[in-house]
Write a protein that binds this ligand. Structure first.
Ligand SMILES: C[S@@+](CC[C@H](N)C(=O)[O-])C[C@H]1O[C@@H](n2cnc3c(N)ncnc32)[C@H](O)[C@@H]1O
Length: 404
């Protein structure tokens, strides 16, 4: 049942944290509570006059409706009209409060509505990957990785890129030897690390010919092979270093038995191809809980189904094959500063909805301003431990293997 109408003399209108004001076009953008897209809600806009914009900004939850109207130099009716729209359940852009806000309220950043439908399980993930044909934009549009989101120097990594931080953390290069990167995606990670390694002995293996072409363009002189991670086309004891960054969730999993079957096959292949003293790094989202844990969870953030990886299963299998295995949180391994800021995920979606071709990077206020090219009021930047344009790094783990 709706309550009594708000009394603008004693009640406080407050704008939500989600809507964004686009002053150059006179538009107020908001996520639609009942419409979902991959990675978030669909966004819409409504026209907003200069007076309404002033009222919107004045509606801080500590100023009564009457005072908001006075401050914004608009009629009380305009404030009431704006907030009648904003408080509609199909919009949820703002609220009327009976008492003044006394501090931050996380409820102002949430929507109430039906959850997103789960992904339809892809019958053939390998076929899906083989067919990827949008190499240059794939990781901005479809399958953003932690590595891609941090592909530009970032304060969370002390001004380094993900690839530089990974190379520092592993400390493997410039030791000579063959490096095999499995699933290099657009090749950004390879491009960051290869200058420290032997660039011509960095081999890329990918199931997707389209992405292999893309990573090759970024890494001239690095051999590329179309192949499958679960059947590596290399002889026993031939590889010195192996990197599989955020690709093992793409391999098959058996949801019924809770086994990451494809990743387990890759671990067996790694045990076969690593030279004595050779090392491997695998990262992915998932958990490091024990063997009796829950089955892999499907992700809801991508527009195609992947499942989480049970890292202790993989480590156990690797040890049984004679490898040394360590499981470590990815943020700890790379030394992520989880308090550093990035653009809030809903606002990344909002900027995209406005037509910006913004790549999926962990933008800071300083890096965003020059690439955005227009003014937006209301943008939030949140700690790296909260959702940004890329996946949450705190959900990721790394498996470090060594053939002793
Ligand atoms: C999510 S992307 C990760 C890309 C990159 N490593 C990064 O972290 O941004 C997964 C990559 O693995 C590749 N891939 C998926 N299944 C594969 C398989 N069975 N064998 C080899 N590569 C595969 C995809 O084509 C893609 O390049």
């Amino acid at each position: 049942m709706p309550g009594p109408p708000p009394d603008p003399e004693s009640n406080f209108p407050v704008r939500g944290q989600l809507p964004l004001l686009r002053p150059d076009r006179g538009e107020l953008w908001f996520p639609e509570p009942h419409r979902h897209l991959a990675g978030g809600h669909a966004w819409s806009s409504r026209p907003i006059s200069d007076g309404e914009s002033r009222a919107w900004k004045a509606a801080d939850g500590r100023t009564t409706g009457r005072k908001v109207a006075e401050k914004a130099r608009v009629s009380l009716g305009e404030v009431e009209g704006l907030f009648a729209w904003a408080t509609d359940p199909s919009v949820q852009a703002g609220q009327w409060r009976h008492s003044a806000l006394t501090g931050p309220d996380p409820g102002l950043g949430r929507l109430v509505g039906p959850p997103r439908e789960p992904n339809v399980q892809e019958p053939d993930l390998a076929a899906w990957h083989r067919a990827i044909a949008d190499g240059p934009i794939h990781f901005d549009r479809v399958e953003t990785t932690v590595a891609h989101a941090h592909g530009l120097p970032h304060p969370a990594l002390a001004g380094r890129t993900y690839g530089e931080a990974l190379a520092d953390a592993l400390g493997w290069w410039p030791e000579p030897g063959l490096t095999l990167e499995i699933g290099p995606g657009d090749g950004e990670l390879a491009a960051a690390i290869r200058p420290r390694a032997e660039p011509a002995r960095w081999i890329r293996l990918d199931l997707s010919p389209g992405l292999l072409g893309e990573s090759g363009r970024r890494n001239p002189g690095s051999p590329g092979i179309v192949g499958d991670a679960t059947a590596l086309p290399f002889g026993a004891g031939t590889i010195h270093r192996l990197v599989a960054n955020e690709m093992i969730a793409d391999l098959p999993s058996d949801l019924a038995t809770g086994k990451n079957t494809g990743a387990l096959s890759l671990v067996a292949e790694i045990a076969r191809v690593l030279i004595r003293g050779g090392t491997a790094f695998l990262s992915e989202f998932g958990g490091a809980d024990g063997l009796a844990d829950s089955p892999p969870e499907p992700t809801v953030q991508l527009d195609h189904p992947e499942v989480s990886v049970h890292f202790e299963h993989l480590a156990h299998a690797a040890r049984a094959l004679g490898l040394e295995a360590h499981v470590v949180r990815l943020d700890e391994l790379l030394g992520f500063d989880l308090g550093a800021r990035q653009l809030w995920r809903p606002h990344f979606a909002g900027l995209r909805a406005m037509g910006s071709p913004l790549p999926a990077r962990a933008w800071t206020p300083e890096t965003l301003a020059p690439v955005l090219g227009f003014r937006v009021d209301g943008l939030r930047f949140v700690p790296i431990s909260e959702p940004g344009p890329g996946p949450l790094v705190t959900r990721f783990w790394a498996l470090l293997l060594k053939n002793p």
